[in-house]
Ligand binder design. Structure first.
Ligand code: ACK
Length: 927
């Protein structure tokens, strides 16, 4: 672009040039103003000079002061005509065909006199055409246009001057202008109208400013060239978030669209499950129920938290648990599901749940798990744990979803070897002996059966060492060399085996002589006195303990009945035989399963009504599970059908971890089937026989606890099982025992005239139930006692090969099964309690359960077992002497058995007769 001011030459009195052009240098007033007509016949003014005949012409014409207005280089366009000297008749060599253009920079706008020498020459201007074709009056003249440029940078303005040196010229117009690069927008930056530089090659660097609603990407720059053209645009701007470029401006994104970052190419449609309701959105808001994590890009669809993990399975291995689960059914549209164990807790009672200690190890970790499997180790042995697996994804926190995303499992850990003893202390040191004591290991993991002490002279290293075993947490090591350093290690053993040895502890014997206690006392006398006092204490204890035991269960039984009475919300079992239509009962309590979802694999046994098979069940939307399938063999009667299905109607009412779970029934096609959960280890009696002697006492007690818990549940529902026996307990792969077989009871009741004795499991049945069919929870308790005996004896047949009549007779005479080999005394005592003749005297299942829980919590109480002598004399039934033996064991005084026998006390009765004469002494400690 050019900014210009045109100096029109208007006709003015001689010497005055339009106020702008002046004849100057007072001594040469030769330029004259002449009006002529231009080609359009418009009158125009020209300045003419034509002194071609006279020599030494020096005629000046100058302009007014021209303000520079910021320009640095100005252009002067001169339109003129020039006469060809040859065309002028009679001219001599004085005639010229050029004129000179001058300029003079000045701050003064009204300089009246400027010296010639003050002007600087711009150029000598010659005509291209001597006679430009301009019709000037009667002459045709040629119009020349010449442009010169000049740098004007030093003053506020300048003057131009034309010097004629003897030519015949007419100045038609003089136009002065400068160039600018015009205002423009490039790359969303505005560049202002910019005056070009002073030199013809100069480039003026110009910084652009970002257009509205845009921000700088890189400093916007361009160069303004001398010819007024913009060159080399650099950098530029980007539309702000929520705006996009349109024709060089930034326009807001419309509703339903968004632009998150200025660098995004344009507005985009809102991603799924989101919306924008206003123009210029930088992000779309999620629909209700959908969320976006902080790290989610705005282009991502809004998502939801996952549903809970599915099918949590636990496999217990001693004190480790492998937990596996299936991913949640709904991942919420995300792929970042991870799993946490927010609050695993443990409790050895049934209620108290504490957070797991920090020593519990989770592999590969406890939080942020990407896998669906974790191994938890370093748990406490034989402890209930609840594991909560929590599915989590990027929006769980935002959504505030909690329990809905969790699944939990409660399990009990098994027996394990004890942890190492951590500290050994020397309590007494002599020349030849050391008395050591230590603490129980931090994690005994069961009943500590003994400690093993390994020691050797330090100098000998472990080349030769000695081992001592002890039941207590201290030992006197004798026969040592004086002033010798010994190294000791101690380890504990439970039924699960030895734990690790402790770290080495060093103690040195000293040079003192043996310390003597009771010097001068006759040691034989001392021993005798101790025995005598012991016997007295023992007898006193007998009176105390026996009298307490007599009333034990009648009191607690009453409590329990009160408890039931006070708890009217307890669900009560409904007898399916009260339904007129057996199919109505079955469909009320059992789910009909489509036979096509069952895949039978193999026959695993024969049930009362037909084969029992194992197989798989896949119910839609659930994970495939292993099941047991009982079928009703063909050719059944209506009664058989009813009896067969009654088991399912009963089982379907129960929901307890120690009761076999009914999955459903097939009644709409044949054969009829009852589908239950699959118990990998089959029935308990066969399982124990197969693994004779392989379990720890705690494991056996754990199984018994499970059965007692299931039976407590049944008794709470007022259901009487009537056929509780190890063969009717099923065992799964985690050694969880579940009560099964709910069929027999009804067969008996339906036909009171039947030969019950042939159907009643005599060896398991309480006397009152055999005698007059008084089947109650108390008779189930009797059976439970027999199950305890079966369990502890690893599946031995109760009463061995005695016939039923002899068994009934022995019971009537008060004989009871003896303790099986290695049976903890307390367990046998509990069995005997279950076999109380008076059913009111028997414990309830709730009491049995409490008792077993106590034993598990205090495994020391299970340590005392019947010795070989006691059990071996009772191959058939327990004799009175044997009871005395068991009782002495149970109070820890079996070593006095011979002393008492020698004194004539061979039975509890004879001992009781004695105790009536001896009162326990107040303040005496009864062991
Ligand atoms: O001792 P077992 O293997 O365990 O043989 C018997 C057989 O079927 C006849 O009752 C076995 N059985 C019954 N129900 C189940 C079940 N739910 N899971 C596994 N085995 C079962 C039982």
């Amino acid at each position: 672009m050019r900014n210009s001011f045109v100096l029109h030459l208007t006709a003015l009195p001689h010497g005055v040039v339009n106020g702008r052009l002046h004849n100057c240098f007072c001594f040469h007033f030769q330029w004259e103003e002449v009006s002529i007509m231009d080609e359009k016949n418009v009158p125009i003014r020209t300045y003419q000079v034509c002194n071609v005949l006279e020599p030494n012409q020096n005629n000046w014409l100058r302009t007014d002061w021209i303000p520079r207005s910021g320009a640095q280089r100005v252009y002067v366009e001169v339109k003129f005509t020039l006469r060809d000297c040859n065309s002028l008749p009679g001219v001599t060599g004085t005639c010229k065909e050029t004129f000179n253009l001058y300029y003079h920079e000045s701050n003064e706008d009204r300089e009246s006199y400027i010296k010639e020498s003050s002007f600087i020459k711009v150029d000598t201007v010659a005509a291209d055409e001597s006679f430009t074709q301009v019709d000037v009056g009667d002459r045709i003249m040629k119009l020349n246009t010449e442009v010169r440029d000049v740098k004007v940078t030093t003053r506020k303005g300048f003057y131009l001057a034309f010097q004629d040196v003897g030519a015949c010229i007419a100045l038609v117009s003089v136009r002065v202008f400068y160039k600018t690069c015009p205002l423009t927008i490039r790359n969303l930056a505005t560049f202002p109208d910019t005056v070009t530089g002073a030199d013809t090659s100069s480039l003026v660097e110009v910084r652009g400013s970002c257009v509205n609603q845009s921000e700088e990407r890189e400093e916007p720059k361009m160069y303004c060239g001398a010819d007024g053209e913009w060159l080399v645009p650099i950098g530029g701007c980007l539309c702000n978030p929520g705006y996009q470029e349109k024709s060089g401006t930034c326009k807001a994104c419309s509703v339903g669209f968004y632009k998150a970052k200025s660098s995004d190419p344009g507005c985009s449609k809102c991603p799924p499950h989101s919306h924008s309701v206003r123009d210029g959105a930088t992000v779309c808001d999620c629909h209700s129920g959908f969320f976006r994590a902080d790290s989610d890009p705005p282009s991502m669809a809004c998502t939801q938290p996952p549903s809970a993990p599915q099918q949590l399975i636990s496999v217990v291995n001693e004190t480790s648990v492998v937990l596996e689960w299936a991913p949640p059914r709904r991942l919420g549209g995300r792929s970042d599901t991870s799993y946490n164990y927010p609050r695993p807790g443990s409790g050895s009672g049934s209620h108290l749940c504490l957070p797991c200690g920090s020593d519990v190890l989770f592999s590969p970790g406890q939080t942020g798990l990407k896998t669906t499997r974790v191994v938890v180790s370093e748990l406490r042995a034989h402890t209930h744990y609840t594991f909560i697996v929590h599915a989590h994804n990027g929006v769980s926190q935002a959504s505030g979803a909690g329990a809905a995303q969790s699944v939990s499992v409660t399990l009990t850990t098994n027996q394990a070897a004890p942890s190492p003893v951590s500290f050994i202390q020397a309590t007494d040191v002599t020349r030849h002996s050391l008395s050591l004591a230590w603490q129980q290991p931090d994690r005994p993991n069961g009943v500590i059966l003994e400690y093993e002490v390994k020691f050797y002279e330090k100098d000998q290293r472990e080349r030769s060492y000695r081992i001592m075993r002890t039941f207590s947490r201290s030992v006197d090591v004798t026969g040592l060399n004086p002033l010798t350093v010994y190294v000791f290690h101690v380890r504990a053993r439970t039924a699960a085996g030895y734990g690790e040895f402790s770290a080495p502890f060093e103690f040195s014997t000293n040079s003192d002589p043996f310390p003597l206690i009771g010097e001068g006392v006759n040691s034989a006398f001392l021993l005798l006195s101790i025995s005598g006092v012991g016997i007295l204490l023992l007898i006193s204890a007998a009176v105390f303990i026996i009298s307490r035991r007599r009333s034990k269960y009648s009191k607690t039984k009453q409590d329990s009945e009160e408890e039931k009475h006070l708890n009217p919300g307890v669900k009560i079992y409904v007898d399916p035989f009260t339904y007129e239509d057996p199919d109505q009962a079955i469909h009320e309590f059992a789910k009909e399963i489509d036979v096509s979802s069952i895949h039978i694999e193999r026959v695993i046994g024969m049930g009362e009504f037909g084969e029992v098979c194992s197989g798989r069940l896949r119910v839609q939307g659930k994970r495939e599970i292993y099941v047991a399938i009982k079928s009703l063999k063909a050719g059944y009667s209506d009664k058989q059908r009813r009896d067969f299905l009654s088991e399912a109607s009963i089982m379907g009412q129960f929901d307890h971890p120690n009761i076999i779970r009914l999955e459903g029934v097939v009644t709409r096609c044949k054969p009829l089937m009852i589908i239950t959960e699959y118990m990998e280890n089959g029935s308990l009696d066969a399982f124990l026989r197969k693994h004779d002697g392989q379990f720890t006492v705690i494991q056996l007690v754990g199984m018994l606890r499970g059965i007692a818990s299931g039976m407590k549940y049944l008794s709470d529902m007022s259901y009487v099982h009537r056929d509780l026996a190890a063969r009717n307990i099923l065992v799964n792969s985690n050694l969880v025992c579940k009560v099964s077989d709910f069929g027999l009871s009804r067969v008996l009741e339906d036909d009171p005239e039947a030969a019950y004795t042939t159907r009643i499991p005599i060896r398991w049945t309480a006397p009152e139930a055999i005698a007059y069919r008084k089947f109650t929870t108390a008779s189930d308790v009797w059976s439970y006692g027999i199950v305890m005996w079966e369990v502890v004896s690893y599946g031995e047949r109760p009463y061995w090969d005695m016939n039923n009549q002899d068994v009934i007779k022995a019971m009537e005479e008060g004989y009871r099964l003896p303790a099986p080999m290695d049976c903890p005394v307390v367990l046998h005592q509990l069995m005997l309690d279950c076999w109380e003749r008076e059913r009111a005297e028997r414990p309830t299942f709730s009491q049995i359960l409490n008792m077993l829980d106590k034993l598990i919590r205090n495994p020391g109480t299970l340590r005392r077992v019947g010795s070989e002598v006691c059990v071996s004399v009772v191959p058939q039934v327990c004799m009175p002497e044997w009871s005395m033996c068991v009782w002495l064991q149970s109070i820890g005084l079996e070593r006095y058995r011979d002393t008492l026998a020698a004194a004539g006390y061979t039975s509890l009765d004879s001992l009781l007769a004695l105790t009536h004469q001896i009162k326990p002494m107040h303040g005496q400690h009864i062991p």
